[in-house]
Design a protein around this ligand. Structure first.
Ligand code: 5GP
Length: 211
């Protein structure tokens, strides 16, 4: 039997959409996909582990990797650098496992150019109001910072039309199940029904009209 080659799955979403939680759940429940551990120059947050959540590196090391073409993609976000190394994805793909890249939209664009086999899923908040409520509810940002994040979210949402699927994260469990179903459909090559159900253009329209 011909051995299977995995595919990269890009998951992007505006901050406050619950992307990290959804991605962690998906990877823990689907043995056929693993998480791509990115490099970043941002400082480690409490509870994060080096080599597990990110490879935490300094600016010089990051740029060395970038200049030697070690990254599939990289971007600056919030004044910090983030990148997916080729190393992070190549071994699992060759071994027949899919790889989940939880990245922002500039990086997603680079993956689209360099990896035609990649699949793209955008997670959406149910509405701007819920996004505002979630960001405010975190209690970590001032009202001005919340407004800045919302503005950034609006801009990020403009990229939704370039994705294959748009999944609304209203209910965590439902959203995780939707993503798992998409992965299975992609592996089977039976994608029409789910691409229609999670049509990104329709989702963008709904969000704009505040439905
Ligand atoms: P955080 O600092 O909150 O962990 O991540 C900030 C943003 O950077 C999130 O949107 C996250 O998805 C994105 N990100 C994490 N890793 C990468 C990466 O390797 N490349 C790119 N382009 N974005 C990333």
């Amino acid at each position: 039997m011909k051995s299977r080659i995995g595919f990269p799955v890009v998951v992007a979403a505006p901050s406050g959409t619950g992307k990290t939680t959804v991605c962690r759940q998906v990877v823990s429940r689907d043995p056929k996909i693993e998480f791509s551990v990115s490099h970043t120059t941002r400082t480690r947050r409490e509870g994060e582990r080096d080599g597990v959540d990110y490879h935490f590196v300094d600016q010089a090391e990051f740029m060395r990797e970038a200049e030697s073409d070690g990254f599939l993609e990289w971007a600056v976000y919030n004044d910090r650098r983030y990148g997916t190394s080729w190393r992070a994805i190549e071994a699992p793909l060759a071994e027949g496992r899919d790889v989940l890249l939880e990245i922002e939209v500039q990086g997603a664009r680079q993956v689209r150019e360099r990896r035609p086999d990649a699949r793209f899923i955008f997670l959406l908040p149910p509405s701007f109001e819920t996004l505002r409520a979630r960001l405010t509810g975190r209690g970590t940002d001032t009202p001005e910072q919340v407004e800045r994040r919302l503005e950034l979210a609006r801009r990020e949402l403009e990229a939704v039309g370039d994705f294959d699927y748009a999944v609304v994260n209203d209910d965590l469990e439902a959203c995780v199940r939707d993503v798992l179903a998409i992965l299975e459909a992609e592996r089977r090559g039976e994608v029409d029904a789910l691409r229609a159900r999670f049509d990104p253009d329709r989702a963008a329209e709904r969000l704009k009209s505040g439905e």
